[in-house]
Design a protein. Structure first.
Length: 161
């Protein structure tokens, strides 16, 4: 089984922002080490790219909670996923009053090479909801959402006779 949990619990906000721990003044700039008239650059740690599971969970949450319009996901979806997303956004299942919903936890299953089945727990205040979606990598190496569901809200079944 290739099931993976990829996000740890987010720290809860405290009653006030953290205090400053360094002694530099807020407006100061880091010291320059001149090397032949130019500032020396030190190798920095590689910037970690977010996983596609995290990116799509945040994007889908923004649409389903009403923070972004549905057409914002048009180029990031394939197949009937856009229609399902529009239907779910219209129902407003993740819209809340007061507390903005956040992605609490993400896990995924590698269905095959280039296909991930992802589940996310969405927290809004004291409510916890479930979201599932499928990502497939296209020939252009871009990930696209091909299916999306919210805690049992399935698309209507259409049968052709």
């Amino acid at each position: 089984m290739n099931k993976v949990m990829s996000r740890t619990a987010q720290p809860r906000p405290h009653h006030r922002p953290p205090t400053r721990r360094d002694s530099r003044r807020p407006g100061s700039t880091p010291p320059r080490n001149p090397v032949h008239g130019r500032a020396a650059t030190t190798p920095t740690a590689a910037v970690r790219q977010p996983r596609p599971t995290d990116v799509f969970a945040d994007r889908l949450l923004a649409v389903l909670s009403g923070q972004r319009p549905v057409h914002w996901m048009l180029r990031h979806t394939a197949g009937p996923a856009y229609d399902n997303l529009a239907r779910l956004a219209e129902r407003g299942l993740l819209r809340t009053r007061g507390t903005r919903p956040v992605v609490h936890d993400i896990g995924y299953y590698v269905a095959r090479a280039g296909a991930l089945e992802v589940f996310a727990r969405i927290a809004a205040g004291n409510q916890l909801r479930a979201m599932a979606f499928r990502l497939e990598q296209g020939p252009d190496h871009r990930w696209r959402c091909t299916a999306v569901e919210l805690e049992g809200a399935r698309p209507p079944h259409t049968s052709e006779d």
